[in-house]
Write a protein that binds this ligand. Structure first.
Ligand code: PHB
Length: 393
């Protein structure tokens, strides 16, 4: 017969085991597989997010609830087949606990089945097509969605004497979301979309498309292009004299991206656009983040950097909630419903959709004397706590 005292002792030991990370978990680092385009057309996203992840780690350490955290960075070159292969290797060979990154929508789509099959949380910190989070129950997003930032832009345009608009988008997931949601909201608000232009994702030459805009003389052209293409677009917009044609340029903030904005010059001045983050956002958290980031990198953090930083924040919180144990389902459960202060303002991970809820600002590009006379997106209007409109129906 086993003595009662032994049973009690065994029970206590079991309880202690359940509360504390197992010896295995303690000894094994928690691995974050970070997949980004470090080369190729989308390399600015990789550069921004890598810097943000390093800043997060420098500020918050690399131990959470007694567990060592290790980040494994891989370059997918922005090629979806490579993203998928790398994700598979990270899960099978490196046994990563989470997958993070995904610079473009096709990379996120390609990886979704791996997250589902392996029950690995997949934190999307860049790609922004609405449907991404529906491709796997293990996907959580800290970036944004195109419908989320586009609907407020359509509302603003309709309220500001813009009646006829030509849409101008990159011809893939996020561009098609922007085109569709701009049109439906703008029509609802009484406006008219008189033309829809799509430019190729890879190596676009904007000139012939801009000529079409000039010929059709709308009140405004609404533009979405992925981060990294804004400066080339602005240059050609100016070279064709469109900035002096009376056709207003309105856009999502991907075009007036903080990564490139200051180099765009006067052609960008006055461009009204909508987005969830500006380096000039007036809050102590933003200011601290931008200062620390610039001190470490000599370039300005853009919206990709912020989403990468918040992705790390989300993962650290989730790992702490599991007391360092991790586990796909436990991490996922801990990510759902998180609310915290980001350098963009307060954010929420909606527990039902696993997508981000955040404030969306209307901004105007201005030179800011108090900030070295540099170009910034200066926020002047806001829609609070915007859910992805593609999911809130
Ligand atoms: C995307 O591919 O989903 C994407 C990339 C860059 C952006 C926005 C969306 O700026």
């Amino acid at each position: 017969m086993i003595a009662r005292r032994t049973l009690v002792a065994a029970g206590a030991a079991l309880a202690a085991l359940a509360a504390a990370p197992s010896a295995y978990a303690q000894a094994t680092p928690f691995k974050i597989g970070l997949i980004l385009p470090m080369t190729g057309q989308q390399a600015s996203t990789g550069k921004q997010e890598e810097a943000a992840v390093k800043l997060w780690t420098a500020q918050n350490g690399s131990t959470v609830a007694g567990r060592k955290v290790e980040v494994i960075l891989k370059d997918d070159g922005g090629v979806p087949d490579a993203t998928k292969r790398i994700a598979q290797e990270l899960v099978v060979n490196d046994k990563v606990d989470v997958l993070v990154g995904f610079g473009i929508t096709p990379s996120a789509f390609a990886t979704a089945p791996i997250a589902t099959q392996s029950k690995t949380p997949m934190v999307v910190t860049a790609a922004a097509t609405s449907a991404i989070t529906e491709r796997s129950p293990y996907i959580v997003r800290t970036s944004f969605t195109l419908p989320q930032v586009t609907v407020p832009m359509a509302d603003w345009a309709a309220k500001n004497k813009i009646k006829k608009v030509v849409t101008f988008v990159s011809d893939y997931g996020p561009g098609l979301d922007a085109e569709k949601f701009f049109k439906s909201q703008f029509q609802l608000d009484g406006g008219e979309v008189t033309g829809e232009i799509r430019t190729p994702l890879r190596g676009p030459d904007f000139a012939p498309f801009l000529q079409k805009v000039a010929d059709s003389k709308p009140d405004a052209v609404f533009v979405f292009l992925p981060s990294g293409q804004g400066a080339a677009f602005m240059k050609q917009f100016g070279e064709r004299g469109l900035d002096k044609s009376g056709i207003r340029l309105i856009a999502t903030g991907d075009v007036t991206d903080d990564d490139q904005l200051n180099d765009m010059g006067d052609v960008a001045l006055g461009v009204v656009n909508s987005h969830h983050y500006s380096a000039a956002h007036a809050s102590a958290t933003t200011e601290k983040f931008v200062q620390a980031f610039e001190a470490a990198n000599k370039f300005r953090p853009n919206f990709m950097a912020v989403a990468g930083y918040d992705g790390m924040h989300l993962i650290y919180n989730a790992l702490a909630a599991t007391k360092g144990k991790g586990g796909g389902d436990a991490l996922l459960a801990a990510m759902k419903g998180q609310v915290f202060e980001s350098p963009r303002g307060q954010i929420l991970i909606d527990a039902q959709t696993r997508d981000i809820v955040q404030d969306v600002y209307i901004r105007k590009v201005e030179r800011v004397p108090a900030m070295g006379n540099q170009l910034f997106n200066v926020e002047f209007d806001v829609q609070k706590a915007v859910k992805d409109p593609a999911k809130s129906k």
